[in-house]
Design a protein around this ligand. Structure first.
Ligand SMILES: CCCCCCCCCC(=O)SCCNC(=O)CCNC(=O)[C@H](O)C(C)(C)COP(=O)(O)OP(=O)(O)OC[C@H]1O[C@@H](n2cnc3c(N)ncnc32)[C@H](O)[C@@H]1OP(=O)(O)O
Length: 153
């Protein structure tokens, strides 16, 4: 099953967290699940913080790109864009907040659930919850903005 990341134009598909064309990256896939969004990821042993637990920077990275992916899904829906090959809206992160509630164990699948809190013409706010083995370990909020034509200039 395709995620929103499979519909990004090639030149926007190299992100370390979510670019399908980045062979060294996480290549996450984000989908609708009901009214919310979903991303799954299985950390490797080398994603260790202290033995047995996932490095917090990785978790922030997953929430980051789950946020931009969810934002792209929300913008596509709000703007009536029917996704075909590479016509998905592309957002960048304007703000990323992460709260680590509990240590996140390595050794299974991580599930990140997103709730679309606000959708504007260009800006989307997503609330994220990250679960390991069904236990809520991290929460976050991502403000994403549709990438401007002058990005990086
Ligand atoms: C080439 C693209 C590659 C795509 C890769 C995506 C990877 C995704 C994950 C990432 O790691 S992205 C990389 C990290 N992020 C950046 O490097 C972004 C750097 N910042 C920027 O480029 C600009 O500041 C940004 C595009 C985010 C906003 O600039 P704009 O000139 O487009 O924003 P504008 O001032 O028009 O504001 C649009 C809305 O966003 C809001 N906004 C802008 N910056 C914000 C901020 N920092 N925090 C919260 N809200 C912000 C702003 O208030 C406004 O809200 P309202 O529509 O409600 O009025």
């Amino acid at each position: 099953m395709k995620g929103i990341q499979d519909y990004y134009p090639d030149h926007f598909a190299h992100c370390y967290g979510c670019g399908r064309l980045n062979e060294h990256g996480h290549q996450i896939k984000t989908f609708w699940e009901g009214e919310g969004t979903l991303t799954r990821f299985v950390p490797k042993e080398y994603h260790t913080a202290i033995p047995g637990f996932v490095y917090g920077g990785l978790l922030a990275s997953l929430i980051d790109c789950h946020g931009t992916g969810s934002a792209a899904l929300a913008l596509a829906k709000a703007q009536g864009i029917e996704l075909s090959e590479t016509n998905a809206p592309r957002c960048v992160t304007a703000s990323l907040q992460v709260k680590y509630l509990k240590p996140t164990p390595i050794g299974g699948e991580i599930v990140i659930k997103g709730k679309i809190k606000e959708v504007g013409a260009r800006k989307v706010i997503v609330e994220a919850e990250l679960f390991a083995n069904g236990v809520l370990c991290v929460v976050g909020e991502v403000v994403s903005v549709l990438v401007p034509d002058n990005f990086g200039l």
